[in-house]
Design a binder for this molecule. Structure first.
Ligand SMILES: Cc1cc2nc3c(=O)[nH]c(=O)nc-3n(C[C@H](O)[C@H](O)[C@H](O)COP(=O)(O)OP(=O)(O)OC[C@H]3O[C@@H](n4cnc5c(N)ncnc54)[C@H](O)[C@@H]3O)c2cc1C
Length: 369
């Protein structure tokens, strides 16, 4: 079995599948570099990295998986083979009986598909942190969880900075339940974030979101331009990492077409999961943990048994602000918050629920000193 892309969904799928089959995981990074918790990552990168940047050899569940550090470049669906460029520049290929496509999406400067070494990942984390640390004023453009969590965490970590959050609607977090915004809005105000609803920023044509900028921000909604030392663009313009796949597998927006069973139509043995998979409008199979269902379906297909369907949630849910001094707040799809007190975050949530329960054992990890 080949897992193409070892991010949040690929790692979980590989861990589960390795109990039943020989698994090869191919990844542009030498470890899991999670796309989650942008605000925490920018404001406290060392702490974030301990929980969210984990080299593959730290996962006990991946001990049986052969991980390959390389960039996928193509697939031959008839011959059941993927092609890649290894980190040393040589070309390679891997054959599969089943292929899981989990190459995720590109988003801003924090989720890039490029082939990177540990040193390059560390340098990127430090550079973004230092850029914000040095700025006296910060503008965050966007109204989703990445923008909101960035504004909140930057303002809380550096109370002397002027932090403004600019978003187009009357409220931010439009894909979450109303109750989530009500609660999070209160925290933003408490941390001193200036809220600017009704501001739709003009995204320059040539700009792909891959850097923190400093030019004035213009608005198509009529307001005067806004300026700050650092402008963080988190406008949710995601691009699927599917350049290596043939067009016949993709929908009109470049995401991988899937059936409710997470199969790629007309291609037995090919599946997709995570942000790259066109499961539902919000593409929620990663956060709704479809990896268990996917593994069952891969095994069922090869045994000729019937497959089960993924049921997407219609609203975004989960943590928005990440861990704070008073604990971690997680919102259910109905907007109700559940708070883990701060004492329980390391000892219960991360140690037992995440590292042991979700990842089946993670060795001590401190990648960014
Ligand atoms: C346990 C869990 C909890 C979550 N909690 C929340 C939450 O609270 N709130 C929330 O909003 N969301 C949450 N999410 C969801 C999260 O926001 C994203 O949906 C998730 O990070 C997407 O995972 P992915 O595997 O699809 O993509 P990614 O994690 O981006 O993985 C894709 C990987 O493929 C690699 N890649 C890309 N192209 C290539 C190529 N050509 N060759 C080789 N490698 C390539 C990338 O470098 C990357 O490593 C959660 C997800 C999980 C699994």
């Amino acid at each position: 079995m080949v897992i193409a892309g070892l991010g949040d969904s690929g790692v979980l799928t590989a861990i589960k599948l390795a109990k039943h089959a020989d698994v090869v995981g191919i990844s542009a990074k030498p470890g899991l570099v999670s796309g989650q918790e942008l605000g925490w990552r920018l404001s406290r990168p060392g702490d974030w990295a301990r929980h969210n940047w984990i080299s593959f050899d730290k996962f006990r569940g991946l001990d049986r998986v052969r991980t390959v550090h390389g960039m996928l470049t193509g697939v031959d669906l008839a011959a059941r083979k993927v092609f890649l460029e290894h980190s040393d520049g040589t070309a390679g290929a891997e054959s599969y009986d089943a292929l899981v496509i989990s190459t995720g999406v590109t988003n801003g400067f924090w989720r890039r598909p490029d082939l990177q070494s540990d040193e390059e990942i560390a340098a990127g984390l430090r550079a973004a942190h230092e850029r914000l640390a040095d700025a006296e004023s910060v503008i965050v453009v966007g109204g989703g969880a990445a923008a909101v969590s960035s504004a909140a965490n930057v303002a809380r970590t550096w109370p002397a900075k002027r932090v403004g959050l600019y978003f187009p609607g009357e409220r931010a977090l439009a894909h979450h339940h109303d109750r989530v915004w009500e609660q999070v809005r209160g925290r933003l105000i408490e941390f001193g974030v200036e809220l600017h609803p009704g501001h739709r920023a003009v995204i320059p044509d040539s700009f792909d979101g891959s850097e923190i900028t400093s030019a004035p921000v213009q608005f198509s909604t009529g307001q005067l331009e806004a300026t700050a030392d650092a402008v963080l663009w988190a406008t949710g313009r995601v691009r699927p990492n599917t350049d290596w796949l043939p067009a016949e597998l993709l929908d009109e927006n470049g995401f991988v077409r899937v059936t409710p069973e997470l199969r790629v139509p007309d291609h037995p043995g090919v599946f997709a999961i995570g942000d790259v998979a066109a499961t539902d409008p919000l593409r929620t199979s990663a956060r709704n943990r479809a990896d268990s269902l996917l593994v069952k379906n891969i095994l069922a297909e090869s045994a000729g048994r019937s497959l089960r369907s993924f049921r997407p949630a219609h609203r975004r849910w989960g943590s928005v602000l990440g861990i704070q001094p008073d604990g971690l707040e997680v919102f259910a799809p109905n907007g109700r918050p559940f708070r883990f007190p701060s004492w329980s975050f390391e000892r219960v949530l991360m140690a037992l629920v995440v590292r042991r329960g979700i990842y089946r054992g993670v060795r001590e990890n401190r990648p960014l000193s």
